[in-house]
Design a protein around this ligand. Structure first.
Ligand SMILES: N[C@@H](CCC(=O)N[C@@H](CS)C(=O)NCC(=O)O)C(=O)O
Length: 201
């Protein structure tokens, strides 16, 4: 297997953090979004959506979508479990992971794409769309702050996929210079602690 990534982008990053936490190693190939390498005819054969991560399987087919790739790797490497053990625990982990994915990564992307000069030539930017994304981000962070509470990890006592996605979302916010409300003390504490883990060094 081989993984195509752009390490600094949030969807590849959540997968790379997951792999480090699990101790999974795969050959990596960097595909630069900034240099348009996800939009070449050759890459579009791997993923017609022109996005990373993409996992090349040993039979020559490709698996796209970060959550599907993580799910596949988790099925192949079930120990230690990073998606929970019991039904409700698994649902709680997915709940936090989904809010982090849609509400943090998705909203930061909305702010960044609609306000950064980096995207000025690529999409029709809208200040209203950026503001709406700021509102969605604040709502997601408020919900996550309450859910994380004083837990050591995002969804409990052990690292899970929720931590990987939340870390990627907050690191993306830092990169995109999207300020996080310091009032979300649980999120700030969690981010400070998770940032010290070897998986994100
Ligand atoms: N839903 C997809 C989203 C993938 C995605 O949007 N990837 C971004 C990087 S975070 C990308 O490759 N963008 C390419 C581009 O904008 O040209 C997933 O979870 O893998």
């Amino acid at each position: 297997m081989k993984l195509y990534v752009f390490s600094m982008a949030p969807n590849p990053m959540k997968l790379l953090v997951y792999m480090k936490e699990k101790g999974i190693e795969l050959p990596l190939e960097e595909v630069s979004i900034l240099e348009g390498q996800t939009r070449t005819p050759e890459f579009l054969k791997k993923n017609p959506l022109g996005a990373v991560p993409v996992l090349e399987l040993d039979d020559g087919t490709y698996l796209t979508e970060s959550s599907a790739i993580i799910g596949y790797l988790e099925d192949l490497n079930p120990d230690p479990p990073m998606t929970g053990r019991e039904p409700l625990e698994r649902a709680r982990i997915r709940e936090v992971e989904r809010i982090a994915d849609l509400g943090v990564i998705g909203s930061v992307a909305g702010i960044f794409q609609n306000s950064s000069p980096m995207f000025a030539g690529r999409i029709k930017q809208s200040a209203e769309a950026a503001d709406a994304a700021r509102g969605r981000l604040a709502n997601a962070l408020a919900a996550l702050d309450a859910k994380v509470g004083n837990k050591p990890f995002a969804a409990g006592d052990e690292p899970t996929i929720a931590d990987c996605t939340l870390y990627a979302g907050l690191a993306f916010a830092q990169f995109a210079q999207v300020d996080l409300d310091p009032g979300f003390g649980n999120i700030q504490r969690w981010f400070g602690a998770f940032s010290k883990r070897p998986s994100v060094q």
